[in-house]
Each structure stands twice: as C-alpha cells, then as structure tokens.
Design a protein around this ligand. Structure first.
Ligand code: HEC
Length: 395
C-alpha cells in the first residue's frame, strides 16, 4: 500500500481514536465525580441514594442515583459503553497501521532484541491478551477483596509488562505497548464485567425480581480501577514524542513513576472537583512532586559528547554519514519504500539543514538512539559521538 494511503489511514484512525477516547475518559471522570457529589436530601423518591445539582452550558440539572436500580426499567436508558469499545478497537487498528504493518522498522530494534517482525507481532498480541486474563483472575480471587494488595500486585503486573516490552521491542514500540496493555485491561473491564453485570441487574428488573446489589459493586470496583489507570495511559500514548522517556535504559522504572504520580493526580483531581476538604487529599501533592522530581532526575541528559573530546569532522564527512544513515528517509524525495515525503518535514540535505535540526538530532540520535528508525542502517556509537561533536561545534 502506498505511504500516502497509509498516512491517511493513520490520521483518520488516530483522529477517531482521540474523539472516542476523550468521550470515554470524560464520561468516566464525570461519573466518578458525580458519585462523590451525591447528597441525601429531605425529599427524595423511594430507592434514591442521593441527588446532585449541577449547572452547565446555560442549564440546571438535577440528577438522582438509585441504590441498585429504579423499580421499573426506563425505556430510554442511555448506556455508556461504545466509547470504551471504540477507543480500544481504534487503538488496535492504529497499532496495526502504525506498528504491525512495518514491524521491521517500527517494532524491532536488533540492539534491543534481534527478533523477526512476525515474532514481534505474536509477542504483542499474546502479551496484551495475557495481561487481561491475569488481572481479571486477580480481581476474581480472594486478593480482589483486599484493595491495597490488589493495587500493589496490579502495579507490579504492569511494571513486569513494562520490563518485558522495553527488553523486547524498539523504544518507539515499548511504552506504547504498556499503554495498550493497560488500555486493554480497561476496555475489557467495561466489556466483560461492568456492562454484563449491569445487564444482569436489568434482567432481574424485567423479571420483577430484586436485583443483586453485588453486581453493581463489582462493576464499580472495575470502574474505579479504570479511572486510576486513565492518566498514566495518556502519558504512555504520547511517550513516542519523548525519547527521554522511551529510550531511557530504565524506561520501565519511569513507567512505575508515571503510574504512581498519575494515580495520585487522578485522586487529587476528583477530590478537588467535588470540593472535598483539602486535608483529605493533601498527601497527593508530595507524591506527585516526588514522582515527577525522580523522573526528571532520572532523565536528566547525560552529556555523551563534550566539546573538545573528539575531533570535529568536516562538512563533507558529515554529509557522507548523513547520506549513509538518514537520507533514504530524510530527503525531499525519500528513496525508502515506506516514505514518500520526509518524515516530520525533517530534510537533511546540507550542513545548514542539519545544523537547523541540531537539538532534535542531538536528542534523537546522539543522546538516544531513536533515529535512524529501528537503527535500520546500523549507525554505530562512535558515529553518534562524531555527529554530536559536529553538532556541538555549530553553536
Ligand atoms: C527508515 C527511515 C528513517 C531513517 C533512516 C531516519 N529517520 Fe529520522 N525519522 C523517521 C521517521 C518516521 C520520523 C518521525 C517519527 C515520529 O513519527 O515520531 C523521524 C523523525 C526524525 C526527527 C524528528 C524527531 C522529532 O521529535 O520531531 C529527526 C530530528 C530525525 N528523524 C533525524 C534523523 C537522523 C539524523 C537520521 C540519521 C542518523 C534519521 N533521522 C534517520 C524516519 C527515519
């Protein structure tokens, strides 16, 4: 398929993924905040647990929450499920278009692990599936009743997955996979637990029985898990733009910090939204701060090249290096089969154009090895140091 068609497919699926993802996250945060905002009032209908008054977009809204369910099933019940299903489905479609399609350059990096592209795809599919089954079994076991223990084990499960991905896939593919691993658990929570339990409640209502409150409780547990995982997933999904994260030798530890910091941030946002007493969630601030500080410290740039260390090569030698390692993609008309326009508009056809992208080349090629993509042209560490010295001399 032509790179032009692939780019359009990629863009349209990505746009769709964002739209439904925003819908999913928005609804999920809204309902958690709604739950916390419920107040018991003097005049409430039978079976109502609490109500909320809200104002938005020029109107006032009065929402009631029923304990388990209303006595009669409303005909026009709105289900919130397609946001989750479509976010997951479009995420997988994007995974195929962006990564599986050209797994040789996007997923495999021989310096990490020399595997066949097909093997990488098999690892990806199997690990994403296994993640859900392990997590679901944990929740259903006795551990499921012990929230702190469940949290801890789930945390280590994700950390383990991160270790696996960062030691098997290219940097570009690894943290995105952590995001997909968590996202799959979240979507499967909706698909296999939250909605089916809700349907059981509806079914017993239709039969005229009293629905079992347990189903609602189990659904709520998974729904709360989902909101804590949401914010870290977002960092994983944009991680590809930040080689300081994806190419860090201990990127899997950074994932741990993102989960701790992002989870605490979720806690803080919801408490703040519902005007909870500050004392109750003040602890989230130091947690977020420490997680962020450690992550920033870990990723602080290690100067691989210091001016004066290495002789600076001539512009002619530079062009030979760039033509060998970069020009197949970063030319006005790339010769690489997967590209017909220069990626990210980065054209490297003269010393001046290379100097123009100095900082980006420094972070992607010298400090990290994000480029050449998948190290397809086998650029050596010495060459990277030489390139760094040339870039440093351009100040
Ligand atoms: C196989 C094709 C290929 C080769 C070879 C390649 N690149 Fe890239 N480069 C890409 C793609 C694709 C992107 C866009 C990545 C993305 O979507 O984030 C990119 C992006 C970049 C960026 C922009 C990064 C950013 O964050 O905006 C720079 C700078 C860059 N490449 C430099 C280089 C240099 C220098 C070399 C040679 C040492 C090189 N590339 C070799 C495909 C390649």
């Amino acid at each position: 398929m032509s790179p032009y068609i692939m780019d359009w497919l990629n863009l349209l699926i990505r746009w769709f993924h964002l739209i439904v993802g925003i819908g999913w996250i928005g609804a999920s945060f809204y309902f958690v905040a709604l739950d916390f905002s419920l107040k018991k009032r003097k005049k409430m209908k039978d079976g109502v647990l609490g109500t909320v008054w809200e104002v938005h977009g020029g109107g006032f809204y009065h929402t009631e929450k029923y304990m388990v369910a209303p006595a009669e099933l409303p005909k026009d019940l709105i289900w919130y499920k397609w946001e989750a299903y479509l976010t997951w489905a479009s995420g997988i479609a994007l995974m195929i278009v962006q990564f599986y399609w050209h797994a040789d350059i996007w997923m495999v990096d021989a310096n990490v692990l020399d595997i066949a592209p097909q093997t990488a795809i098999v690892y990806s599919v199997l690990s994403l599936t296994a993640g859900w089954f392990i997590y679901d079994a944990l929740c259903k076991s006795d551990i499921g009743n012990n929230t702190p223990l469940l949290m801890l084990i789930t945390f280590f499960l994700i950390l383990g997955a991160s270790y696996f991905y960062t030691h098997v896939f290219s940097a570009r593919a690894s943290l995105i996979h952590v995001g997909a691993f968590i996202g799959t658990i979240m979507a499967a929570n909706v698909f296999s637990i939250i909605i089916p339990n809700q349907k059981k409640i509806v079914a017993s209502l239709l039969k005229g029985d009293k629905p079992d409150a347990r189903y609602g409780k189990i659904g709520k547990q998974r729904s709360i898990h989902n909101t804590y995982l949401t914010l870290p997933v977002l960092v994983m999904m944009v991680s590809g733009h930040y080689p300081m994260l994806t190419n860090h030798p201990q990127a899997w530890l950074l994932v741990g910090l993102v989960i701790v910091g992002g989870g605490a941030l979720r806690h803080m946002i919801i408490r703040h939204e519902i005007h909870a007493p500050f004392k109750g969630y003040a602890w989230t601030f130091p947690v977020i701060f420490v997680a962020l500080a450690v992550a920033m410290y870990m990723t602080s740039p290690v100067m691989k090249v210091v001016s004066g260390d290495v002789d600076v090569m001539s512009d002619k030698q530079l062009m030979v290096m760039i033509n060998t390692h970069c020009a197949s993609c970063h030319a006005i008309t790339p010769t690489h089969e997967n590209f017909d326009v220069p990626p990210k508009n980065v054209v490297l056809n003269s010393a001046a154009s290379i100097a123009k992208f100095r900082d980006l080349i420094m972070s992607n090629v010298v400090d990290a090895d994000t480029m050449p993509l998948g190290n397809e042209t086998e650029m050596s560490d010495e060459e990277r140091v030489q390139l760094g010295a040339w870039l440093l001399a351009q100040e």
